[in-house]
Design a protein. Structure first.
Length: 107
């Protein structure tokens, strides 16, 4: 059973159209061809998927940020005062920004 022939035969039956098998085959082949060329006729084959484009841009941004952080970590030393947390305790035991690294965790 051919999918397109079956669809056209059902559509004709619902519409009350009587057609020969040859006529159904002709209409089915045209419908199949139109379906195959739909994306090309409407430019979908050359227009990028916006979801993919956005995801690719986010991935590029994340990779660039990760590389920037990696380079920063390679060019700095861990802060010994706060043990890379960026936070220390003052004389009264209150949490505060590390004065040695200014909260960066690295110097």
């Amino acid at each position: 059973m051919n999918y397109w022939n079956e669809c056209i035969a059902e559509a004709f039956e619902d519409a009350g159209i009587t057609a020969t098998d040859e006529q159904i085959n002709t209409v089915a082949s045209w419908a199949e061809g139109a379906h195959d060329n739909y994306s090309m006729a409407n430019g979908h084959d050359v227009i990028g998927n916006p979801v993919e484009t956005q995801a690719q841009e986010e991935l590029r941004t994340l990779k660039a940020e990760a590389e920037k952080k990696r380079q920063w970590e390679l060019s700095t030393e861990p802060c010994k005062e706060c043990n890379t947390s960026g936070r220390t305790r003052d004389g009264w035991g209150r949490d505060q920004i590390c004065l040695n690294c200014r909260g960066d965790g690295r110097v």
